[in-house]
Write a new protein. Structure first.
Length: 145
């Protein structure tokens, strides 16, 4: 149900390689904004590939957007936000779910910092549209100061 074709993935990987080298160019920054939904789908591709339903896909994308945004703040603040999220989701009642969430969420933060550091944009809003053959994704973003 993932909407990235192998050709899309190949193209975005080529763009990511170029963007990492030339991320300060104004043209590249503009293109990053335009391609942000595709860049983001590549960022979360492995998790999306195991999501079986639209709800699971939407939850995966929303969670990944949170990890993406937390990658821009200090580790102390990030830790507080993660703990707040865990409390809100009531994950402490299920140690296995808590452990799985921690591993996945922290892995996404590290992945953003290491592989996608050239994208200096907060994800302000995720618009997830169900479609007959999957979904479309729109992201509203703002620059990181």
């Amino acid at each position: 149900m993932n909407t990235l074709t192998s050709k899309d993935r190949e193209d975005i990987k080529i763009f990511i390689k170029i963007a990492k080298e030339r991320y300060q160019d104004k043209e590249i920054q503009d293109e990053i904004i335009n391609k942000l939904p595709t860049i983001f789908l590549e960022y979360v591709y492995d998790l999306l590939s195991i999501a079986e339903t639209h709800i699971e896909q939407e939850n995966t994308i929303t969670t990944a957007a949170g990890a993406w945004n937390l990658s821009f703040i200090s580790e102390d603040k990030s830790e507080k936000e993660i703990n707040r999220f865990i409390k809100k989701m009531n994950l402490k009642k299920d140690p296995d779910m808590l452990n799985a969430f921690n591993v996945i969420f922290r892995s996404l933060i590290i992945k953003k910092k290491t592989e996608y550091s050239f994208v200096r944009r907060f994800i302000d809003k995720v618009i997830f549209n169900k479609e007959k053959e999957g979904f479309s994704l729109q992201l509203i973003s703002s620059p990181v100061p």
